[in-house]
Design a protein around this ligand. Sequence first.
Ligand code: OGA
Ligand code: MN
Length: 210
Amino acid sequence: MRAMQIPLDHPLLQRIVDDLAEKGWSQQNGFLPQALTLELAAECRKRAAEGELAPAAVGRGLAQEIREGIRGDHIQWLEEGDAPVCETYMGVMDSLRQAMNRGLFLGLEDFESHFAMYPPGAFYLKHVDRFRDDDRRMVSAVVYLNDAWLPEQGGQLRMYLKDGVEYDVVPTGGSLVVFLSGEVPHEVLPAKRERLSLTGWFRRRGNEPF
Ligand code: OGA
Ligand code: MN
């Protein structure tokens, strides 16, 4: 599967832009075509099997440390020249970036993304995705790569929305969740099975703090 661009006026992209403007988040089940989801899941599993995923750290720069009591996922950042299936995913996300810039004037300039694998029982405690000393992250985007996920298997993304509302997303393959990185606290609940995703952040220009 190769380059895949979505026309910027596609109704799917328009719905996401409208949701973000109205409420600061959006969930789109079946965002990715099933064939692409399956290929990305296979790529993630292959990397995990080859030992390329590493325990994720919390914090930034020199303060980075691995704390499984905060987050227990294993990740690998995407890079230039990755497998074609990753380029396809990046192309889709770039279409979303452009649609958001057009509709929301966010000035998003790049997108950083990593595979994530949560072993059974792993979780990520409640947090916000924007760092205190680095506010470049504007919009978070998670795409799930798990087939036939059942709610009783856990692993929900729990978002803490306005007015004390909590909203759970079941991490079913192909689903996309996006939210404003600085405004939506969220957590990943422990699951009974391995949980795969691609998580990324659309960023505006800014200076790295150090
Ligand atoms: C993260 C995160 C959510 C998810 O990686 O920062 O919150 O559902 N992920 O995987
Ligand atoms: Mn997060």
